[in-house]
Design a protein around this ligand. Sequence first.
Ligand code: SF4
Length: 119
Amino acid sequence: MVDLGRKIKEAVGAVDNLSKFEKFSKLKASYVEYDKFANSNLRQSYFCYNCIYWINADGGKCMLVKNEGPDVMGNESNVIAPHGCCAGYEANYDKIDDTRKGKQHKKVTTADVTDKNKD
Ligand code: SF4
C-alpha cells in the first residue's frame, strides 16, 4: 500500500505556494470521523485536533484534505472534525498530551522531532 502520508508531504514540498496545492479528497486521504469520539479527550491519540495540518478556524479545516465530500464511511459533515483522522496524520507534539509516566521521558515538542534541529 502506498504511504499516503509520505506522498502528501512530498506533494506539499513540491510546491512553493500552498494556495496552488490541490487538496486531497476525504476518500483519497482515508479520512474518517467517529461521532463516539466527539466528546473524548482529544489531546490523546491520533485525532485531527493533534495534527499539525488541522486549522481550528471556520468550523474546522485541514491544510491537506478538503472539508467537503464524504468520508470513508459515506458521511458528509463538510468540516474536518477535531475527532477525525486520516492517513496524513502528523502529530503536533506541542499540543498532544504525553501520557508516558516517569522521569526518563522528557516532554517532546515538534521542534525536537523536526529535521531543522537535527545536526
Ligand atoms: S489527520 Fe488528516 S484530515 Fe486530520 S488534520 Fe491531519 S492531515 Fe488533516
